[in-house]
Design a protein around this ligand. Sequence first.
Ligand code: PLP
Ligand code: SF4
Length: 424
Amino acid sequence: MNYRAYTLKTFKNIHQIKRLSEEQIFDIEVVGEVLPFKVNNYVVNELIDWDHFETDPIFILTFPQKDMLSKEHYNRIAKLIREEAPKRDIAIAANQIRMELNPNPAGQVYNVPELNGTKLVGIQHKYNETMLFFPTQGQTCHAYCTFCFRWPQFTGINELKFAMNQIELVIEYLKANPQITDLLFTGGDPMVMKTKIFERYIDAIFEADIPNLRTIRIGTKTLGYWPYRYTTDEDAQQLLKVFEKITDRGLNLSIMAHFNHINELKTDVVAEAVKNIRKTGAVIRTQSPLMKHLNDDADMWARMWRKQVDMGMIPYYMFIARDTGAREYFAVSLEDAYHIFREAYIQVSGVCRTVRGPSMSADPGKVQISGITEINGEKIFVLKFIQARNTDWVGKPFFAKYDPKALWLDDLKPAFADKFMYEE
Ligand SMILES: *Cc1c(COP(=O)(O)O)cnc(C)c1O
Ligand code: SF4
């Protein structure tokens, strides 16, 4: 299959688009000016059910929807388009709106480490044992998720460039920090990069011979958006060989696969891709945020986890939606998130209960909502760090006042204390 991308400029060439009303097409044009928009022939032809596109989760996942912008923001762009305003004016208005949509949530840009006084802008090192690497060639994706919190990278407004290609600095940093066991390639989507380039990174790492490095992880949505990456792409077989080279060396290779809905698991090609990856000795773990309109359905999660296990993958994380971009559209309250997670979790056997969540990747760490309960007559949330800036916090329960409207950690007030432990 040849990859074909559709963007705001070209999506009207998608022949199924004829099913949309003029108004619906206009909505895509308006919202697509602000939020990232890119789909491809696989997503359009194999994943979306065009007979029910208005409620189709993959359509909502990839095509901008009117309600993803506030009325005021929508009208501002719509007016400019109707007036046939100059492209530049539309771009300026779109950028202003983006700045109002919290483009850098959870202190992401503050996790940039230093080495001998040099800022390593393609690295994040937040949790002791795991280092994130953003290779320059992996900062785009085969399609874009309408909820993506990395959208400032795609829309070009992020002044602070995350990406870098200096593998030497990555290696030096790994050597200088022997507590790091895991190197996570992330993006964007690092599997967008050609095998040749990925192999160069891996060879350099092998050559450096870093004893503390035990696991290579790759965060990717290719299994959802372009599984041909592991089947018929011209460098697919070579990529599988590189995977094998990693596992042959005795390192763990963990593919952190991003799936949002069971419909992404329905094609023959994704099943084949999973098989091919597993044959290399790699393990595939799965993760997804919980999003209204997309996957806020406990039964779907239970079916999705079961199907993932059937296919040979390991459910890993359910995340809570970050406060960025089309947040109002996608937000699920912490209370609802907890109930959806639990109702899904109780339906599956232990082999699926490797999944953890619902979890917020907040500034102090990954916070799990482990319960809603009553202590001394007070209704509370029971919380726990799965990961934390300070390892002392990990695994200790702590409490917040129950609040049915809370959407994120910073909406919560401590219970039985003046401060949360991470505020001291
Ligand atoms: C989630 C995450 C990791 C990996 O955490 P694990 O629980 O080990 O999977 C590493 N760094 C950052 C910044 C993260 O958000
Ligand atoms: S695949 Fe990941 S990085 Fe790419 S658009 Fe989706 S959420 Fe963002």
